[in-house]
Design a binder for this molecule. Structure first.
Ligand code: CDP
Length: 225
């Protein structure tokens, strides 16, 4: 059977990455976490203490960073200039910075090029904000996952707690709403569903059920081919 490209887009903590990872595993596909790439750029900018709205400083930074993604059982391993930053990019302050830096054209161009290169042979599940609209508008299957802000904030809050951090639920919720708003209203590659995306509200599903549902859509699409 032809190995297609599967695009999973949606707002923060809507269940994209877990579902994408499990679906990829089920299909023997590769999973690509595109948000992690923007997070790695944000971490690089934070460490270099640059003003990300300064075009020269940003161009200089982008020309000297190398982002590499490899695939492990537990997910993607992200390297920034040879250093494994898979945990460092999940710090809460990196989320907002990733959203800000991802609105910059230079950054998006570089990341989208990398994503297209990695996905061009198919057999890949990508999750992000613009996969079905910009990165792979011809993807064979597109999902748009949503859930109410409170449900998503609760998920992110629990994830952070599990990591040993001491998050405040109200702060997590507020930060997430602000980030979704910024991602949806930006000029470049805003967070909007592709016209042909299948919309799913993930609040009603456990992760296994959600993966099953995506898999059923995949089989239906494959039958139709
Ligand atoms: O995991 P979470 O949903 O919180 O965020 P993420 O997927 O790691 O993405 C972090 C940020 O990167 C988002 O808020 C977006 O601003 C940006 N992003 C993007 O612009 N385009 C993508 N394809 C993926 C992420």
């Amino acid at each position: 059977m032809k190995r297609i490209i599967i695009a999973i887009d949606g707002p923060a903590a809507s269940g994209k990455s877990t579902a994408a990872k499990l679906l990829a595993r089920k299909l023997g596909y590769v999973y690509l976490d595109t948000g992690a790439m923007y997070r790695a750029c944000a971490l690089a900018a934070k460490r270099a203490r640059i003003d990300i709205t300064d075009p020269l400083a940003l161009a200089a930074l982008m020309s000297r960073i190398k982002i590499r993604i490899s695939f492990a059982e537990e997910g993607n391993i992200i390297e920034l200039n040879g250093e494994d930053v898979s945990s460092a990019i999940r710090e809460p302050d990196i989320s907002l910075l990733a959203s800000a830096i991802s609105a910059q054209r230079l950054v998006r161009e570089k990341m989208v090029e990398l994503q297209r290169e990695m996905g061009r042979h198919g057999g890949v599940v990508l999750d992000g904000r613009d996969i079905g609209t910009v990165v792979f508008p011809d993807a064979g299957l597109k999902f748009f996952l949503v859930a109410p802000p409170e449900v998503r904030a609760r998920r992110r809050y629990l994830e952070l707690l599990q990591k040993g951090l001491k998050p405040l639920y109200a702060e997590v919720l507020q930060e997430m709403i602000a980030r979704d708003e910024a991602d949806s209203s930006r000029e470049l590659a805003p967070l909007v569903p592709a016209e042909d995306a299948i919309h799913i509200d993930t609040k009603d599903y456990g992760i296994e059920e959600l993966t099953e549902l995506l898999h059923r859509h995949f089989l239906k699409r494959a039958e139709g081919q």
